[in-house]
Structures are given as C-alpha cells and as structure tokens.
Design a binder for this molecule. Sequence first.
Ligand code: GAR
Length: 188
Amino acid sequence: MINLAILASGNGTNAQQITEYFASSDKVCVKCIVYNRKDAYVAERARQLGVPAQYFGRKDFYENGSVMRYLRENDIHWVILAGFLWLVPEDMLAAYPDHIINIHPALLPNYGGKGMYGHHVHEAVVANREKESGITIHIVDNRYDCGTTLFQAKCQLTDDDTPDTLAAKIHLLEKEYFPKVIEKTVLG
Ligand code: GAR
C-alpha cells in the first residue's frame, strides 16, 4: 500500500475528494489528514470520512519535529498539499524529495507566490480581465508555487465571471483531475 498524508488549512473539499477517490483502492490509502488551523472545517470532514486527523501548530511544523514524527509513525510515502497555506519545512522536503504534491488554483507561473492562495488568486485573475485560468498540480520545492509541473487544466472566463463563479469552475477542475493525477504520479 502507498500511504498518503494530506495537509490542509481550510475547508477541505480537495481533501474529501481525494479521500473518497482512494477509499476503494487496494494500492493507495489516505492514512491521515494534518491541518494547521484549529477551526479548519477539514477536521469535521475527516471525522465524517473516518480518517484520522491531527492539528499541528507552527512550532510543530518548524521547530520541534512533531509533524515529521507523526508522518513517520503513519508510514507515509507521499505528502499531498490540498489547500495548505504554509511553506513546507526543510526537514519535510529532505525526507520526501520529489514526493510532495501541491495544487494551485491558477495557471502557474502566473498568479503564484506568497500571498497568492485561494480567493486572492481568483480576485486577481478577474481584476486583470483574464480570458482563461485553471489549475496547476506540481511537485513541491522550497519556494512557493514553483517545482516541476505535473499537470495543468484550463477553464475559460466570460465577462460576467466574478471571483466566486471562477472559484466554482476551478473547484470542478480540481475535483475532476487532482485525485487522478495523484494516482498516476504515486503509482509511477
Ligand atoms: C483550492 O482551490 C486549492 O487549489 C487552493 O486552496 C483551495 C483549497 O480549497 N490552494 C492554494 O491556493 C495553494 N496556494 P479546499 O480547502 O476546499 O480544498
């Protein structure tokens, strides 16, 4: 079995979709969900899905090694960032070289970097009257939203689109592609 840990910071729709996708797999398993905001709704989703979920704060990620211990105890092979908004710590990058996957709600390298996450991305895309946006799934390195691209998918914008309607289009792409791209990547 290939064991995944999902790291999330907020709502957790992607975490839920990934978990449901692999629920019947005999090759890939979502072993646990790690979240870094105490009130993140992803914790409630994890409870409903029956997946162990654990909160960790800033010190646990960057100073005392608690998150890394948790990943080791759970025999994790791949780390999936699904709306996780902190920079991945150096010790995690070292322990999982090319084994951390992120999804970004835009066509990188456009609309990436520090502060460009979630709704901020959609607001910027709409404000700039872009004709298209999309998703980027990529391997994580020690910079925000860089690292090798595994997959991109596009959607078109109309003049009527708002950040909310664009977010809905992006979520559809994420639902359709993120679990499949994870599967293809981790199975090699
Ligand atoms: C997703 O749209 C994801 O692409 C984005 O946060 C959202 C999380 O939604 N990630 C980033 O912006 C990373 N820079 P979710 O919590 O409902 O899965």
